[in-house]
Design a protein around this ligand. Structure first.
Ligand code: 5GP
Length: 116
């Protein structure tokens, strides 16, 4: 499947639609999910075009995973969370809704369920 440069996250990268940016470097961006399933629910994306893990180069994966790890540690500290869930979906059948590679970062506490 090909990359659509008009997907929502590409528009966020180009500042064509607003987002709450929490971290940015030359290669990656982290911003708040618009429908958070936990307090502190972040999304981490590469700045280069990439549909999902299936479409990613090893370099894109390594770069984005470094920011995923950084953000996972940061939200655990910020929300005093003893755990973190990292989620990622590929293609519509795999649960993907926005077709620009992204990782969900969800700080977790015992006995607190993710919101639907
Ligand atoms: P997925 O593709 O992993 O199934 O889900 C895409 C995620 O992007 C969802 O959690 C959804 O809430 C989030 N999302 C969709 N549109 C927007 C948007 O315009 N802004 C932000 N910040 N998040 C969005």
């Amino acid at each position: 499947m090909s990359y659509d440069p008009d997907n929502i996250f590409a528009k966020i990268l180009r500042d064509e639609i607003p987002s709450t940016r929490v971290y940015e470097d030359d290669d990656t961006l982290a911003f708040m999910d618009i429908m958070p399933r936990a307090d502190g629910h972040l999304l981490v994306i590469p700045k280069t075009p990439c549909r999902n893990v299936l479409d990613a180069s090893p370099e894109q994966l390594a770069t984005v995973m470094a920011t995923v790890q950084k953000m996972a540690r940061a939200v655990m500290a910020a929300f005093d969370a003893p755990g973190v869930t990292i989620q990622q979906f590929n293609e519509a059948a795999g649960g993907q809704e926005v077709f620009h590679l992204h990782f969900h970062i969800l700080p977790r506490h015992e006995d607190v369920r993710l919101r639907p």
